[in-house]
Design a protein around this ligand. Structure first.
Ligand code: NAD
Length: 251
């Protein structure tokens, strides 16, 4: 597909945009004037609701149901995004924890899915961006990490935590490798955010339980992560690359 002209609308790719933190990022970046291509894996209608909520006004917003862990996903995602305009931003947000529990209970299928979704997929999408963004126009990537990268989440989900630590390392390495191509690479590392990821892991009330240890006394809201992502993507953050910005309420 030929590269669109410089005056085409700027497009942000957000993986896992149908709910939770990803949804808040989609809504925030759309308000900031980006055309949006978001991906999702769910079939429960959340993506359709979001797309129709944003479809009325410009710039355009499109959804792509795809497993980010598929080898073909990066090319399909970038092709779909390029049909909307000039892709200048990539947010690797889609992530899964697996069920909460000891590593003794961790089965191979879950381990593979966690690594494929949280690490392999973002690495492939960063590679796709590096291959397509070759002409030196400033662009930015934000990877969604987790404070679990530092705590290790013992007894809860250590494999998930390890993938997030790898994301921090990927972010720092790519920031240095891609700086000459004018591509900034940063991560946002949320603390405990009030989304359905905790119910999916088997403990719906986890965000509020953990919040008892949070200095600010509450779980974060998805919009508070979206604000950090929006800043790191913006020209206001033009000197920020290789950073892992913790947004944790002090945890
Ligand atoms: P969520 O479960 O509410 O949403 C996850 C999104 O990712 C959904 O849109 C889902 O469709 C998508 N997704 C999952 N697997 C996918 C796959 N294989 N292919 C395509 N899409 C897929 O989760 P959330 O709480 O909003 O988390 C978003 C990100 O933030 C994740 O990377 C997560 O690790 C990270 N994070 C969350 C918290 C928290 O407390 N909620 C804390 C730290 C980090």
């Amino acid at each position: 597909m030929p590269a669109p002209p410089e005056q085409a609308p700027r497009v942000a790719i957000v993986t896992g945009g149908s709910r939770g933190i990803g949804r808040a990022i989609v809504e925030r970046l759309h308000r900031d004037g980006y055309a949006i291509l978001f991906t999702h894996s769910s079939s429960d209608g959340e993506a359709a609701v979001l797309r129709s909520a944003l479809a009325g006004g410009a710039p355009p917003c499109a959804a792509l149901r795809i497993d980010v862990a598929d080898a073909e996903a990066p090319a399909r995602i970038f092709d779909a995004a390029q049909s909307l305009g000039r892709v200048t931003a990539l947010v690797n947000n889609a992530g899964v924890t697996g069920a909460i529990g000891s590593i003794r209970l961790l089965d191979d299928a879950t381990l593979s899915r966690v690594v494929a979704t949280n690490l392999v997929a973002p690495a492939r999408l960063c590679r796709e961006a590096a291959l397509r963004w070759s002409e030196g126009t400033p662009r930015a990537i934000v990877n969604i990490s987790s404070i679990a990268a530092r705590t290790g989440s013992p007894g809860e989900y250590v494999a998930y935590a390890a993938t997030k630590a790898a994301i921090d390392t990927l972010t720092r390495g790519l920031a240095r490798e891609l700086a000459p191509a004018a591509i900034r690479v940063n991560a946002v590392s949320p603390g405990t955010i009030d989304t359905s990821i905790h119910a999916r892991a088997g403990e719906p009330g986890r965000a509020w339980r953990v919040a008892q240890r949070v200095p600010l006394g509450r779980p974060g809201q998805p919009e508070e992560i979206a604000a950090a992502v929006a800043w790191l993507l913006s020209d206001e953050a033009s000197y920020a690359t290789g950073s892992v910005l913790e947004v944790t309420g002090g945890l």
